[in-house]
Design a protein around this ligand. Structure first.
Ligand SMILES: *[C@@H]1O[C@H](CO)[C@@H](O)[C@H](O)[C@H]1NC(C)=O
Ligand SMILES: *[C@@H]1O[C@H](CO)[C@@H](O)[C@H](O)[C@H]1NC(C)=O
Ligand SMILES: *[C@@H]1O[C@H](CO)[C@@H](O)[C@H](O)[C@H]1NC(C)=O
Ligand SMILES: *[C@@H]1O[C@H](CO)[C@@H](O)[C@H](O)[C@H]1NC(C)=O
Ligand SMILES: *[C@@H]1O[C@H](CO)[C@@H](O)[C@H](O)[C@H]1NC(C)=O
Ligand SMILES: *[C@@H]1O[C@H](CO)[C@@H](O)[C@H](O)[C@H]1NC(C)=O
Ligand SMILES: *[C@@H]1O[C@H](CO)[C@@H](O)[C@H](O)[C@H]1NC(C)=O
Ligand SMILES: *[C@@H]1O[C@H](CO)[C@@H](O)[C@H](O)[C@H]1NC(C)=O
Ligand SMILES: *[C@@H]1O[C@H](CO)[C@@H](O)[C@H](O)[C@H]1NC(C)=O
Ligand SMILES: *[C@@H]1O[C@H](CO)[C@@H](O)[C@H](O)[C@H]1NC(C)=O
Ligand SMILES: *[C@@H]1O[C@H](CO)[C@@H](O)[C@H](O)[C@H]1NC(C)=O
Length: 388
């Protein structure tokens, strides 16, 4: 006979923080669930129990360590009567990783281990589990990941954590686990390409390749308060635009809920992004948001060059709306042969040339490639025919 006892609580996110003096050295926000096999009395089969790390779990400062004085860094969370989850970290200066995971469970806790035929406190330790991140970045893994450790299985999800911290908050730069990258990243090479050509001889006049993320604050109907929302734009947005001698516009629309426009202005031999406007009508919005600013001066570059910035850029439009760009390359004027001209790269990229960017790619979750055909020639000839 198989006896399976399940104690499936709601899997909640738990925040664990280890401090040394006034500063934080390890911080972890995560959900964890455990599935443990044990021997029950009067049963010829082994029993499985599952439970999750409760939000009453607290850091055991006695067995935890920042790893500053030669010892290894270790975060131990204790919960219930004698249960514990431990993460040991190691670093080689450029990367840090979880060296091993420890699960300790107390078979005397009959609420979790009913009819256990032992009252032992069992401790199991894993070997390396493949959790690693660049120093000074936050390890992020929203996707669930399971680890088998002896008779115990631990599943982590919604993980954001950092060891060997320099500040009191998790670093804004993230090292994203492979599972998350697979589910959210569209590498630029496979990004959708939108070509607007109504004229077979149309020349491309504007080229853009970019991952876009909207950072918008609005009044949420469901939450009854103003919220800050980050929205990745789909690479499948529809694009349209126009090119004039000293002004080029690009408009991206998504299912009548989001319209984002860019205007580039050419001033003798320099061009810049002078206007961004957004109209958003999302289901949770109390009222549609309309925001624009026509006195911007972003993405400055020289005529006959493209502008490139692989690093994230924050383009503030109005207080309630900013736009985050990733892996940006754009050329709004003087495009020749349907391809980007030599790029002028942003200062951040130049500064970061020396730093290996492991996580950058993962942030560019969504990449748009837009080509706008030069239509003026056709319009002229069209108009010509009409007047005849
Ligand atoms: C911690 O903060 C207190 C008050 O801000 C300060 O007096 C103390 O010197 C700080 N200790 C360390 C180790 O930085
Ligand atoms: C169950 O009992 C067997 C036999 O005593 C032992 O070998 C095994 O380690 C036990 N399993 C667990 C999960 O305690
Ligand atoms: C516990 O259960 C296992 C498997 O059913 C059995 O082999 C073992 O002898 C039991 N141990 C005790 C102390 O009852
Ligand atoms: C294990 O659980 C029992 C019963 O809840 C408790 O009396 C005992 O102190 C616990 N052991 C440890 C090491 O906490
Ligand atoms: C740290 O380990 C990684 C991966 O094993 C390796 O690529 C890197 O060069 C190491 N860094 C140092 C400073 O040893
Ligand atoms: C991490 O940041 C600290 C202080 O900001 C710096 O001294 C250290 O070199 C950085 N480490 C790496 C690997 O970038
Ligand atoms: C876990 O990893 C830490 C850091 O490498 C190491 O000091 C410790 O001995 C390991 N624990 C076990 C039980 O292997
Ligand atoms: C979004 O905008 C708010 C307010 O300007 C800012 O505090 C926050 O850091 C931004 N978030 C991101 C991920 O850009
Ligand atoms: C355009 O160029 C003129 C002359 O060089 C300068 O006065 C003006 O400020 C420039 N305008 C912008 C928006 O850069
Ligand atoms: C916003 O969307 C709602 C529901 O889809 C629709 O009823 C409403 O007319 C839209 N408002 C605007 C200004 O487009
Ligand atoms: C428009 O952008 C300019 C330049 O960034 C800024 O000074 C101005 O405050 C913005 N306007 C609004 C309404 O936010």
């Amino acid at each position: 006979m198989l006896t399976v006892f399940s104690f499936i609580g709601c899997i909640q996110a738990v925040t664990l923080e280890l401090n040394e003096g006034n500063s934080t050295c390890i911080k972890a926000e995560l959900s964890a669930s455990f599935s443990i096999t044990y021997n029950a009395t009067n049963s010829m089969v082994r029993t499985v129990t599952t439970f999750s790390l409760p939000d009453t779990a607290r850091v055991d400062t006695g067995s935890s360590s920042c790893g500053t004085n030669g010892s290894s860094a270790r975060l131990v969370a204790v919960f219930g009567p004698g249960h514990a989850l431990g993460l040991s970290f190691s670093t080689n200066g450029s990367l840090y990783s979880v060296a091993n995971l420890t699960v300790q469970y107390n078979l005397s806790d009959t609420s979790v281990f009913p009819e256990a035929n032992s009252s032992d406190v069992v401790t199991v330790v894993s070997s390396s589990v493949g959790i690693w991140a660049t120093m000074n970045t936050t390890y992020r893994c929203i996707s669930p990941a399971s680890f088998d450790i002896g008779g115990a299985n631990v599943t982590f999800s919604n993980v954001r954590m950092e060891a060997y911290m320099r500040g009191n908050d998790l670093s804004p730069r993230e090292s994203v686990c492979v599972a998350d990258q697979a589910s959210t990243t569209v590498p630029p090479t496979t990004a959708s390409t939108t070509t607007i050509t109504t004229n077979s001889s149309g020349t491309v006049c504007l080229l853009a390749k970019v991952g876009l993320q909207l950072n918008v604050s609005y009044f949420s109907q469901s939450q009854g308060k103003i919220i800050q929302a980050l929205v990745n734009l789909s690479p499948k947005m529809n694009s349209s635009g126009s090119c004039e001698a000293s002004r080029a516009t690009l408009t991206l629309t998504q299912e009548q809920t989001t319209t984002l426009s860019f205007t580039f202005t050419l001033n003798s031999t320099k061009y810049h992004l002078s206007e961004i406007s957004l109209v958003a009508n999302w289901s949770d919005m109390a009222e549609p948001l309309s925001a624009s600013n026509s006195s911007l001066n972003y993405l400055q570059s020289s005529l006959s060059h493209s502008y490139m910035c692989n690093a994230e850029q924050v383009l503030t439009v109005v207080p309630a709306f900013s736009l985050n760009t990733f892996k940006l390359q754009v050329q709004p004027f003087s495009v020749t042969n349907n391809q980007f001209s030599t790029a002028e790269e942003c200062q951040v990229d130049q500064d970061q040339m020396l730093i290996p960017i492991i996580v950058g790619a993962s942030l560019a979750g969504l990449v748009l490639i837009v080509l706008i055909a030069y239509l003026i020639g056709r319009k002229r000839s069209h108009a010509g025919y009409q007047t005849i």
